[in-house]
Design a protein around this ligand. Structure first.
Ligand code: A4P
Ligand code: MG
Length: 197
């Protein structure tokens, strides 16, 4: 057992150090209530449509999770570096008892399973087989390392708002107190095409 010194006034005592692995696994895995969660999915590498459909299937197999609604798929011009192909984007509504951080980890595992390159080799806003973003997690506001909810870019991106509006036009952004359909009205329409209604 290792010990660390903790100073309490002038008295110095020793406390056991909790093993790091135990501290990391202290993240709660489940909530007692199911949460309504909205996800944004995008792909611009490989068989893009298959990537989205396989990701959705895998999400539906997560513990305590059901896919409630899925939007049509839209083809959208890339945001960010322009030397990459067009994206297919869609949104999905799930209900899950997974806690937000546990859900994020599970979604990242699905991204890996579908062949997405690891973080170190990726370009910011660069091409990707599959990207799964948590847009809204109930009305929670989360700001933790590796997880920001609502997703910081969601209210400005047509490729997020258009499919999200198809399945949840009246959902309220818990910080900006604005509905999805209102964000969409205020967002510039790109040259895009609905490909798989
Ligand atoms: N992260 C924090 N909060 C979240 C959240 N709510 N959902 C962290 C998902 N991830 C979240 O993201 C980097 C890190 O964000 C992750 O490790 C996660 O822990 P990333 O997906 O690896 O993407 P990135 O390119 O490094 O940065 P960013 O800003 O997250 O990219 P986005 O927002 O995912 O956008 N153009 C079109 N037309 N369609 C697209 O779908 N997508 C992107 C990427 C660029 N251009 C696009 C599209
Ligand atoms: Mg992302």
């Amino acid at each position: 057992m290792f010990f660390q010194k903790v100073k309490l006034g002038i008295v110095s005592i020793k406390q056991p150090i909790r093993p790091r692995s135990r501290q990391q696994s202290a993240v709660p895995l489940y909530n007692t209530l199911m949460q309504d969660v909205y996800l944004g999915l995008g792909s611009n590498l490989g068989d893009r449509e298959a990537m989205l459909r396989e990701a959705l299937d895998a999400i539906g197999l997560l513990p305590g999770t059901v896919v409630v609604a899925a939007s049509p798929i839209y083809e959208t011009p890339p945001m960010g570096p322009q030397d990459q192909g067009a994206y297919l984007n869609m949104a999905a509504q799930i209900q899950t008892s997974l806690a937000a951080v546990a859900l994020m980890r599970a979604l990242q595992q699905i991204e890996c399973d579908l062949g997405r390159a690891k973080n170190e080799t990726r370009q910011h806003w660069g091409p990707r087989e599959i990207d799964i973003d948590i847009l809204l997690y109930g009305d929670s506001v989360i700001d933790e390392p590796g997880l920001t909810v609502p997703h910081p870019g969601m209210h400005q991106r047509w490729f997020v708002l258009k499919p999200l509006c198809d399945i949840a036009p009246d959902v309220l952004h818990p910080v900006l107190k604005t509905r999805v359909k209102e964000f969409l009205q205020a967002t510039e329409l790109p040259d895009s095409q609905e490909v798989f209604p």
